[in-house]
Write a protein that binds this ligand. Sequence first.
Ligand code: PHB
Length: 578
Amino acid sequence: MPANTALDAQAPPGAEVPPSEAVTPLIRGIAVLRQLTEAGGTLSPSALERATGLARSTVDRITATLARMGYVRLDGRDAVLAPRVMELGNAYLAALRLPALLDARADALADELDESVSLAVADRDGIRFIHQATRRRAMSLSFRIGDLLPAERTAPGPLFAAEWTEADWARWHTRRAADPQDRTFTAVPPREHPRTRATHATNAADAAGAVDGTDHANSAESADSADSADSADEVFVRQAARAAADGWALDDQLIEPGLVALAVPVRDPHTDRVACAASVVSHTSRHTAADLRDTLLPRLRAAVAEMEADLRDAPPPRPGPPPSGLATWTTASKHELGRDFIESLARGLTVLTAFGEGRSALTLTEVAKATGLARATARRALITYEYLGLVTAAPDRTFTLTPRVLSLGFAPLARTTLPRLAAPHLRALADRLNEPVSLAVLTGSGAGQEIQYTARATTARVLTVDITVGTRLPADATSLGRVLLADAPGSLPDPLTEVRARGYALVDEELESGLRAIAVPVRDRTGRAVAAVNVATHAARRSLEDCVTTVLPELAETAAHIQSDLGTASRFTAVPLV
Ligand code: PHB
């Protein structure tokens, strides 16, 4: 299957020609987002041209539009995925509701077992991660939320395949034949030569046989049978049947040597179908595959039983407010940017954000209402998404997002940190003010609390404050420390009460003669001040009044941008503060 044009790269097999009502600019914009995702988040314009088959001028207009939406950032000439794009994947994850209901159980299981635990859903003939509770280990690659893996090389795969229809199996065979080495699955190493792979499998089969006296294992079988792609595929067919009977499945180093996983299905209590799979993931230096099953299966099953109870007892979803003013916003942007803003792309993308918790199945009317788009516009966007496999239409005329929405920028940002989120905003402010800008967090406790600098954007001035990332200073002596201390629950000394009331801290030549600094807090989704951002200057450069009237509003705006990115990124992933 050629995958070198925007249309081909997006088309599900058998649907090469887009329906006549599909929105071409939307198809192209989605192709750009997917190529950026596959590339790990950054591409030059010429690399985007090559990857999508689009003309340079088209690529430029698409990236300008995505930049306006906050979905990409233009870094020099490169397009870089920006945190705001995660709102697309967030819409899917919120609508799905499984992360909100099950993440805490998966995290607790990972803590209990001291092994990584993940949740994955079926995505056609692949599996896609919707949660990762990862242990840091020296050895092992770990996947991100949004990564897509070929079903037959994973533990959850056989559990999902146990429910496949003939058409699903046919699609899988077609894909296997078209891509025998899994090159289209950029999250996994390409398949090794079948013989190499069979070596691991033989070990696994031996190990499993030694434990329970049989030679079955949900892993690839003997060296002989794995000799050709065809017989390797037969193995997966048997694994799926086995998984249906056993209620668990193993991945014995099917992705890479050393990586082993055990998965159990989490069933939807209302339909009894597999909603997602919970996997325990380890390394052969800790557990062989058979050992993983023998020692951890009971505990994994117990956790899954609790997950299923949680799904059964879940309160009805609470629909949040639909996004507002989107259509108005795109019109304003069109007026401002003119030809460089592709309104049909921006409008089409807003359709995805109409979905969310309690808004998982929407009619055309509901989508139009939520986005403020004309019905005809919303309808064409939905037709486009259905063609692209991002939305499915049910017989009751409602539309639902598919896991494929996570292929739009999510994974490359799923492992970001607060310093990385903040960096472009700090840079922009430092450039605007021509003053150094810093981000810091509070460390330690009690009287000896310190701040630690976690990100900085400096300027070319000769006289600047000599601080680097990692530097620690006493919290109570610095503007950064004071805004953070002022957020502490409980009673505060008077000066901090004042800082809290004002919302900023100004330190004037207290730490060092001539040094003037002003700081504001950066809050997480719960409202807690988790970091602070400041501008440092010299008394000779800016008066106190200038700090408050000129610097403070700019600083507050920067903090708001960082906070908004943190809020988007941390909705379904843990964003480390350091
Ligand atoms: C993972 O969560 O990283 C994982 C899960 C199942 C597999 C492989 C990896 O089969």
